[in-house]
Design a protein around this ligand. Structure first.
Ligand code: FPP
Length: 236
């Protein structure tokens, strides 16, 4: 392992949490059992991020395409998110976690929506870790919504540049991810943060999300230290 004291820590880690279903199927369990274990892995990832000094953690908890899943699975995931929020909020707040939600949260109904807004408000002043939960989020929808807001705001064509555009995305104020982790062996972005991942380092691991633990998180950060980030420039 790299020397923990000197390695560059990614400011922002984004994770596509994949493999809950396969984890459950491999054990002859219903998919919801995989999502339940996945929720425990969410807790571990947040703890790992806090203890490693990562400042922003974005988790893809529900994509805009996940609505295509059977109603029962969508209901299970909605229930789990509600349950997670209710049971973890106090501890998240005590740990200094600031919660932000991106995506079309209204689609989950007024109860979860109101609870998410209350959680965001309660934790707004926390600075140790910003936890961005992507719920009913799609990268393309984010870009279209940003474009709509830019037009509505009457931004002149000459005044539009990358910085102005980024300020109209759901992630306004959040730095772009430095490291993207996707679990379960799939190697795709799947309509996650399309604009924001432009220069992220990508790390794909075969570990299924319910098995992802603090050691896996540390290994991912180790791997990040070996990457040379050039942002299109030539090596120094
Ligand atoms: C992908 O696994 C995972 C999801 C679609 C949802 C992620 C949800 C959780 C981690 C649990 C609840 C979330 C919170 C925030 C408490 P998959 O079902 O696509 O797995 P598969 O590809 O093996 O079928």
């Amino acid at each position: 392992m790299a020397d923990l004291s000197s390695r560059p820590i990614p400011l922002h880690v984004a994770i596509i949490m994949d493999g809950n279903g396969r984890w459950a199927t491999a054990r002859g369990l219903p998919r919801v059992a995989g999502h339940r274990e996945g929720a425990k892995a969410v807790r571990r990832a947040i703890e790992a991020a806090v203890s490693q000094g990562v400042r922003y953690l974005t988790l893809f908890a529900f994509s805009s395409e996940n609505w295509r899943r059977p109603a029962e699975e969508v209901a299970d995931l909605t229930f789990l998110m509600k349950h997670y929020l209710r049971s973890e909020l106090r501890e998240l707040h005590e740990k200094g976690v600031c919660l932000k939600v991106i995506g079309e949260r209204e689609r989950f109904g007024p109860t979860l929506c109101a609870e998410l807004a209350a959680a965001e408000e309660k934790t707004a002043g926390n600075t140790r870790l910003t936890l961005v939960m992507a719920l009913s989020y799609g990268g393309r929808a984010d870009i279209v919504a940003a474009t709509r807001r830019i037009i509505e705001a009457g931004v002149a064509p000459d005044a539009l540049n990358e910085q102005v555009f980024a300020r109209h995305l759901a992630t306004d104020g959040i730095p772009d991810p430095d490291l993207l982790i996707r679990t379960s062996g799939e190697e795709r972005i799947s309509n996650f943060l399309l604009w924001q991942l432009a220069y992220a380092e990508m790390l794909f691991t075969d570990v299924l999300w319910p098995d992802f633990d603090a050691d896996d998180f540390a290994r991912a950060l180790d791997e990040y230290t070996t990457r040379e980030r050039r942002f299109g420039a030539r090596p120094v």
